[in-house]
Design a protein around this ligand. Structure first.
Ligand SMILES: Cc1cc2nc3c(=O)[nH]c(=O)nc-3n(C[C@H](O)[C@H](O)[C@H](O)COP(=O)(O)OP(=O)(O)OC[C@H]3O[C@@H](n4cnc5c(N)ncnc54)[C@H](O)[C@@H]3O)c2cc1C
Length: 397
């Protein structure tokens, strides 16, 4: 039976992993603090769970016995970086606006402590038949009037500016204030509804609640189709180290990131299929998106960082094996979405957790095995040296 004790060290940045001379094992992790201290942590097993940007950074910066960085014998560390971009994919305009009141399934709701949101997906058969990437559409009600929409967008823009950039004067402040003045009635109403129905004032990603408000047909006449899309893994989308160093002396990273033409063609086709399916319901019409699919290159991602130390059976194709252990290094594991070989469209954290449980099981197995071997040593040495015995038994508990 293995007894686990956990100690957490905060403000301790690992800057390098130090391996045995033959490179087959990690022996120590070098930690640097902002006060200038350097501390070495020894362990039997190491797990990196520093996300898909910092994990490759650490591996690439650990070069003492691996000239290209740990796990990088086939130049895969940092490659196949992926995100889930958000692509506006047109509007669905119901013939009868009161239909919006029946779409509660597509509003974000708290169910047993989790946020749940219905989405429209392509079926696996269609994706296979047409060779398409994943595409999942969320539906957001849009106001009748352009001035209401502009007012909401301006409040959102100013709020974001205050949150992240409050020392600088906001761009287009005059236009925003004018928009807010023109849409003031809608905004007052939104504040009232927010208090009365306990819902957020502004609609948007991650903020549900609109379906709890009565008479939505008076405010909304169409639904924005906002798609979360899959990006295919490409070796050219990658994280590399630069010559510039941070305060701890670690190289900063550069992210090389673009969308390939096949992914863009897949978005266009998926939008067509989604539009046809919506119109076929006979419930409304479809307005095509204002931006071309090509604009995915500049639209915001969802910060679901994935790839960079991808899983593969063959060490030539990736960085970790199916147990998330780094190929060629017996005691180093990676937990998190850095190990995803493909990204799908779905939020990554539940899959992250599932893989982390797999890593924990494997590490437990390795430590139990080690502990059995140490017991064996313990018995061998028992007759000869009681002192040595004490040290070992202390280590394995
Ligand atoms: C704005 C935003 C919204 C998101 N929304 C969702 C969502 O709705 N659903 C979803 O499933 N996912 C979402 N994600 C993704 C989700 O946050 C990640 O999947 C998840 O946090 C990954 O967990 P992790 O522990 O692998 O990495 P992280 O949460 O990034 O944790 C890594 C930790 O490692 C530490 N670290 C890094 N480098 C070092 C080092 N060298 N030494 C010591 N410590 C180090 C960092 O400080 C950090 O604490 C969102 C992400 C963002 C940014």
């Amino acid at each position: 039976m293995l007894t686990l004790k956990t100690s957490i060290y905060a403000h301790a940045t690992v800057v390098e992993l130090l391996s045995s001379e033959d490179g087959s094992k990690i022996e120590r992790a070098l930690v640097r603090t902002f006060e200038g201290k350097e501390i070495y942590f020894k362990a039997k097993q190491f797990i990196i769970s520093a996300n898909a940007l910092q994990t490759p950074r650490l591996l690439l910066n650990s070069k003492r016995h691996h000239p290209n960085g740990i796990g990088n014998q086939h130049d895969n560390v940092g490659r196949y970086y992926m995100d889930h971009n958000l692509v506006p994919s047109g509007n669905f305009v119901p013939h009868d606006p009161s239909f919006i009141n029946r779409l509660r399934f597509y509003d974000m709701q708290g169910i047993v402590g989790a946020s749940v949101l219905g989405k429209l997906n392509l079926s696996p058969e269609i994706m296979r038949k047409e060779g398409l990437r994943n595409f999942a559409a969320m539906l957001f009600p849009m106001p009748w009037s352009q001035s209401d929409l502009d007012a909401m967008n301006s409040v959102s823009a100013l709020k974001l500016h205050l949150m992240f950039n409050f020392t600088r004067f906001p761009k287009n402040l005059g236009t925003h204030l004018l928009n807010i003045f023109r849409g003031r009635n809608r905004l007052f109403r939104a504040v009232y509804e927010s208090i009365r129905y306990n819902v957020p004032i502004l609609l948007g990603l991650g903020r549900g609640g609109w379906s709890r408000i009565a008479n939505n047909e008076k405010k909304y006449n169409r639904l924005e189709v906002l798609a979360l899309i899959e990006q295919s893994p490409s070796p050219d989308n990658r994280v590399t180290l630069t010559d510039e160093k941070d305060e701890l002396g670690c190289p900063r990273i550069k992210v090389h990131y673009t969308w390939n033409p096949q992914d863009i063609a897949s978005i266009v086709r998926a939008q067509q299929i989604m539009a046809e399916a919506l119109v076929e319901t006979g419930l409304g019409s479809y307005e095509p998106p204002k931006l071309p699919a090509e604009s995915v290159k500049t639209l915001t991602g969802t910060h679901h960082m994935m790839g960079t130390t991808r899983m593969s059976d063959d060490p030539r194709d990736g960085v970790v094996d199916r147990d998330c252990r780094v190929h060629g290094v017996e005691n180093l594991y990676i937990a998190g979405s850095a190990t995803f070989p493909t990204g799908g469209y779905a939020n990554p954290t539940l899959t992250n957790l599932a893989l982390s449980i797999r890593v924990a099981d494997k590490v437990k197995e390795a430590l139990t095995h080690l502990s059995k071997n140490l017991q064996y040593l313990f018995i061998l040495f028992l007759l000869k040296s009681p002192l040595f015995m004490t040290v070992l038994s202390h280590k394995i508990r």
